[in-house]
Write a protein that binds this ligand. Structure first.
Ligand SMILES: [Zn+2]
Ligand SMILES: [Zn+2]
Length: 258
């Protein structure tokens, strides 16, 4: 089954409408398409503020009732993880009729390392990676989310630590398993300076080792990118022994074959 659970519409920082994203999924032969616009409990320009959630929900609901040519439409969300705001995050998630929630780390303190490139050059990159992975582990342990988004985003702009990442990958994979979360193979990294999926091949190998369940997300911000590089991602998963990926309805996980 082909599933894409990570897409953005014009409501957050994407370009296209829900209908355009759905049409792209139909055209590409997908069985499920999930909408996961950004929602944040702290004000961020790319995310929907909490008071616009109703609009987001009603648009996806309308699509669920429309003729989708057999494609199952899912209501997701990509929610920023802030360790000091777990309660508020939980309240927002519980208030939404979600099929699944993706938890993503885009911030170290007040720095949005996903879009603000300026600080990298003067940054202690080793420390940045330690902080990043600590937060990602914490987001999994919080049990707030069904899926952890782009779980090695620290590499996005191709700044790498001086130490070998194997140990951090291993430790983080173990935390994912213990926390019973699903990890997305987010293919958008391929068109970013790091030029590889999130997670990297070495990290994915550790996830497979601990039998951490995975799902697929393109992180498409335009309709053309729905399902981008999924053939490559699925081959990589199969090569590591994965036979199933996770699908969600009303926040209940079901494994489906790939
Ligand atoms: Zn993200
Ligand atoms: Zn995203």
């Amino acid at each position: 089954m082909l599933i894409d659970y990570h897409t953005h519409t014009f409501l957050s920082d994407g370009r296209d409408t829900h209908e355009q994203i759905l049409q792209s999924a139909i055209f590409r032969g997908f069985s499920e398409i999930g909408f996961s616009d950004h929602v944040s409990v702290k004000p961020i320009d790319w995310a929907l503020p909490v008071d616009r959630i109703d609009d987001m929900v009603s648009r996806v609901r309308a699509l669920k009732d429309a003729d989708t040519k057999g494609v199952s439409v899912k209501l997701g969300v990509e929610m920023d993880y802030f360790p000091d705001m777990e309660k508020s995050i939980q309240q927002v998630l519980q208030s939404m009729p979600l099929d699944y929630a993706i938890g993503s780390v885009h911030f170290i303190d007040d720095w949005n390392f996903d879009s603000d490139i300026a600080p990298y050059d003067a940054m202690d990159i080793d420390r940045f990676y330690q902080q990043y992975f600590r937060l990602v582990q914490q987001s999994a342990k919080s049990k707030l989310f069904d899926i952890i988004g782009h779980c090695d985003l620290a590499k996005k702009f191709a700044y790498y630590p001086s130490f070998n990442l194997d140990e951090l990958y291993d430790q983080t994979a173990k935390v994912f398993k213990e926390s019973d979360v699903v990890i997305e193979v987010n293919t958008s990294g391929k068109i970013k300076p790091c030029e590889e999926f999130y997670p990297s091949a070495q990290f994915l190998e550790r996830l497979a080792h601990y039998k951490v369940p995975v799902t697929l997300g393109s992180d498409a911000h335009v309709e053309q990118n729905v399902g981008q590089f999924f053939d490559v991602a699925i081959s990589a998963l199969k090569a590591l022994g994965y036979k199933e990926i996770a699908s969600f309805s009303q926040r209940k996980r079901k494994m489906v074959s790939i």
